[in-house]
Design a protein around this ligand. Structure first.
Ligand code: 13P
Ligand code: ZN
Length: 270
């Protein structure tokens, strides 16, 4: 059996968590990451018949029964994850009835997956329906994106267009726009449902006064979406206090999207 600490997915997840901490987006235990694992690959590292313990998921996740997820632990600090993955991360399988997590590895100190496990699993379920190659859900608290939600109305068209107009690349990276939820109690079933609903045709959802969710087939995609939003939000905050004399017009945005083959969200530019 190979050493799980050499598993490339685990290393990649620990690396991105460390980077997000260093970017200042994930203070303390802020943020969480989950990754849908490949069973055949995982078998090379762990005895999948050995369940360490189980805990309830408190909702019906049977659409992903038997699937394996690597996820950050609840209350665990991003800062500590790279140095101690076995305490701060865990790998669990969703039970056959979809109601429990069967822990295969990690959460060494008796912990369990993130308090946002509802939102993570619901987003995985939703994205798998529209993208069979989907693997990654990242939740983070990026500084400037979060700040923007204090200033703009709870309107996802306005939020998206403000960012599209900040820098040319935005409409290339997220032509489908950004979903936006008003402040809601985090960690709940309800915020999970609301987030996953927005993921039907989007890969980014901002939580007002809290943070952001990004999904993707790879860490690069999920992280790349979030870092593009955060970069644009940073620039937006820098110039909004001045008089803006140049902007990207709706016609320009249409042209950029067309050039790169993206389809801007319907109703946003017409
Ligand atoms: P967890 O520590 O439970 O992952 O929660 C952190 C967080 O960001 C809640 O939204
Ligand atoms: Zn959070």
């Amino acid at each position: 059996m190979k050493n799980i600490l050499d598993y490339k997915v685990l290393k990649e997840v620990a690396d991105i968590i460390d980077r997000m901490y260093l970017l200042g987006w994930d203070e303390r235990n802020g943020g969480n990451v989950s990754y849908l694992l490949d069973e055949e690959e995982l078998k090379e590292y762990l005895d999948l018949n050995k369940v360490l313990r189980t805990y309830p998921l408190n909702f019906d996740a049977s659409e992903v029964k038997g699937r394996y997820f690597l996820a950050t632990g609840t209350g665990k600090y991003f800062r500590n994850t790279k140095n101690d993955p076995e305490t701060n991360l865990g790998i669990f399988r969703v039970s056959e009835d979809g109601l429990n997590a069967e822990l295969i590895w990690g959460y060494k100190d008796g912990g369990k997956s993130t308090s946002e496990t509802y939102a993570h699993l619901m987003c995985h379920i939703q994205r798998l329906r529209v993208d069979p190659n989907h693997h990654v859900v990242i939740h983070s608290h990026p500084t400037c994106t979060l700040a923007m939600t204090h200033i703009l109305p709870n309107d996802e068209k306005i939020f998206t267009k403000e960012l599209w107009k900040v820098m040319t690349e935005c409409i290339v990276v997220f032509p489908e726009g950004i979903g936006l939820l008003p402040w809601m109690q985090c960690g709940t079933y309800e915020i999970g449902v609301a987030t996953a609903e927005k993921m039907v045709d989007r890969r980014l959802v901002v939580w007002g006064l809290h943070g952001i969710y990004g999904v993707g087939e790879t860490i690069d995609e999920a992280f790349g979406l979030i870092e593009t939003v955060e970069k644009a939000a940073d620039v937006w905050l820098k110039y909004r206090q001045f008089k803006e004399i140049n902007t990207i017009s709706d016609e320009n945005l249409k042209g950029i999207a067309k050039f790169y083959g993206g389809v801007p969200r319907k109703g946003y530019l017409d």
